[in-house]
Design a protein around this ligand. Sequence first.
Ligand SMILES: [Fe+2]
Ligand SMILES: [Fe+2]
Length: 397
Amino acid sequence: MRLDAQRIENTLYFSKIGGWASADVPVVYNALLLWWNTDFAVPLSSQLTLNEIKITDLSSESGFSYEIATPTPKPAGDSAEPPLPNNVALCVSFRTAQRGRSFRGRNFVPGLVRTSVTNNTVDTTTVATLEAAYNELLTVASALGADWVVVSRRANNDWRVTGVHTQINSAVVVDNTVDSQRRRLVLSISTTSGLGAAMADGDMPRARFQSMCDGTKEDWDCISQAMKPFIIELPDRVLTHLKMLQGDCGGFAIDRLEHCLQTATRAHRDGRDEEYVVCALLHDMGDILGPRNHADVAAAILKPFVSEQNHWMVEKHAIFQGYYFFHHLGLDRNMREEFRDHPWYAATEEFCRLYDGPAFDPRFVSMPLEEFEPMVRRVFATVKNSIYVPKAAPAPC
Ligand SMILES: [Fe+2]
Ligand SMILES: [Fe+2]
């Protein structure tokens, strides 16, 4: 987090039977990003922002570690009021079924606003909101198939050979008095006990070859490692690009982003599944870089993450949509007929007739983009089709 350009770090630990894999990182990242936005940030100043989430596997010294930048504009506290000075924080204590320092944890919450604190005492509403926010982490952990835990690495003033983790039962604010801390907060996800080595992208080892024909397995291990956070950030880049459609009406009654939101909202309200809704949301995202073939651009970006049918529908939607206007431009409105016998003709015709075609209504009230963001993140979290992902081995006969 950042407050007045100061980096503030908090640590949260999660443990899962069987441990964590790199594939879990986007799921954990999305869950924590959602928690920060909908629970944690509610009573805090908008000058407090969440700039990155660092996720570290602590099960071994070589466990993975990713520092993932949050979307821009950065998630921020909900209150428009200015924050108290940076060293003022509220302490939230994490309780387990056991007693003693090794079995307790805590976070210091920064970004408290002036009106929530009187004579160093935080008002009960703010305390209750933050307590509830932290207790919501029990649900977040459960949804991840994990436990929210405290981790103890020291005992009797010495390092433990193996860290001990204990399940948290509740989070409580012991007293409503503000605390002063010089250094606070990163959301860090630890997977099991043990000390992990955090590594920023700039510190990552790099391949040594100067010509690709000289590349070694070690080189490609470096590249693969560096690629992981870049892949995880793809939904952020997609959403940022989608937002570029805002304000560009291109002669239509509404701008291109609103058209995308209307298309997706209509599909969502009609009960379409999440992948379909995301396709509806992104079907025209190629407008900026591909004004002559925008459907191809959107389809190419979606291809690794969606079914062949949904991919085909997005790729061909421009031809099918043309049924409604090509004749006004001297083109053949029946261009789609070349696909008449295709198994996905009907689905694509339906997409244009029900969702894409009617989505130019200035009076229509669309869902905000923020409501679609988690859907985009979930759809982009699973690769269905890519030359860079090994095909599953055929099942034995
Ligand atoms: Fe289109
Ligand atoms: Fe469209």
